[in-house]
Design a protein around this ligand. Structure first.
Ligand code: ISE
Length: 343
């Protein structure tokens, strides 16, 4: 079987990571094209990968005959056009979140893909591929814990870029817990409220950080998430499910525990999401590449979160941003999936 020829669009931190991943750790694929709005960056990166070229226009990169599949790590506002181009050329695409930046364009993408009666779009919610999340999901799918009732989460970043605003804490950070909730519980989120406690004095002026998100699923399960993106410490993502017959927690950072001089003991917290979820990204990409190879026979070029999952997350985040401004609980507005055959 010949290697999948992949174009990586957007080679900032995440995209450049994916280029390295596809070129060194993933089997069955190689990067043949890179693109970035900073042309020099793409050209310099291409020069380090045998058989890889930089193409200046993202739509030309998608259409290129030397490209079988596409990775989008470009800024969110460019996704809609690029996803539609992938659909037009029938090229499988792994799209980093967000699917698109608003609910109506996300729904449009879902409908356009459904019209093709094939699955080409996978959304990069990588936590579903993390060993700990996968173990938690397996536990919940068995019947040992009984009915899950409550989900408690903490999502802490050491720092965020200066461009990060209060709404991005919802759209860029909380979006992962939105997907985790839908993944673990297998149901949609019906309402969301964002509470703004006293802000961290060390946070940039005007940034509402920390935030507490309270969500309710359609069957009435409760989810709370502490979001705190300027801790100055390290990267912490903890998730605890409380169920009918017990509870389970992941994200304790319990790797190597050392006991040492001075009667101290302790270990290491991961510095950032690329380290914490490195294994998840690798697994996600290997499974995606394998699915794209299989897709020629199955018509499904994905193995993970779909365009619908991207749309559902956008709908919850939209309601979350409304609540961030009003302080009130907001109902999530979503179309009924059954009205879009094939979605
Ligand atoms: C970032 O964009 C990510 O996607 C990380 O996974 C998340 O933990 C972080 O909060 C976001 O800013």
């Amino acid at each position: 079987m010949s290697d999948l020829r992949v174009a990586v669009l957007g080679v900032g931190v995440m995209g450049a990571d994916h280029v390295v991943r596809l070129s060194s750790r993933i089997s069955g694929a190689r990067v043949t094209v890179v693109n970035d709005y900073v042309a020099d960056k793409a050209e310099q990166l291409a020069a380090t990968i045998p058989g890889c070229r930089a193409i200046a226009d993202p739509l030309d990169a998608i259409a290129d005959p030397d490209v079988d599949a596409v990775v989008l790590a470009t800024p969110g506002p460019t996704h809609e056009k690029q996803l539609l181009a992938c659909l037009e050329h029938t090229k499988p695409v792994m799209c980093e979140k967000p699917l698109t930046t608003d609910v109506s364009t996300a729904l449009d993408v879902v409908k356009r893909e459904a019209e093709l009666s094939t699955r080409l779009i996978q959304v990069g919610f990588m936590r579903r591929f993390d060993h700990e999340y996968a173990a938690l999901k397996a536990l919940l799918d068995g019947d040992e814990l009984g009915l899950p009732l409550v989900l408690h989460c903490a999502h802490r970043n050491p720092a965020v870029p200066p461009s990060f605003d209060s709404a991005m804490i919802v759209r860029d950070s909380l979006v992962h817990e939105v997907d985790v909730t839908r993944f673990l519980f297998g149901e949609e989120i019906a309402s969301i409220q964002i509470i703004k406690p006293q802000p961290n004095p060390a946070a940039p002026r005007g940034l509402a950080d920390p935030q507490i998100a309270i969500m309710r699923t359609t069957s009435g399960k409760h989810v709370d998430v502490e979001l705190f993106v300027t801790t100055g410490i390290a990267y912490e993502v903890r998730t605890e499910v409380v169920a009918e017959r017990g509870s389970a927690m992941i994200g304790m950072d319990v790797g190597l525990v050392r006991k040492g001089a001075g009667g101290t003991w302790g270990g290491q917290i991961t510095p950032g999401f690329r380290e914490r979820f490195g294994q998840a990204y690798d697994t996600e990409f290997q499974r995606w590449v394998d699915a794209v190879h299989r897709g020629r026979n199955t018509g499904d070029f994905t193995d993970g979160p779909s365009a619908w999952d991207g749309y559902a997350a956008a709908a919850v985040c939209e309601a979350g941003v409304e609540s961030l401004n009003s302080g009130q609980p907001v109902d999530v507005q979503m179309v009924d999936r059954r009205t879009i055959p094939g979605a």
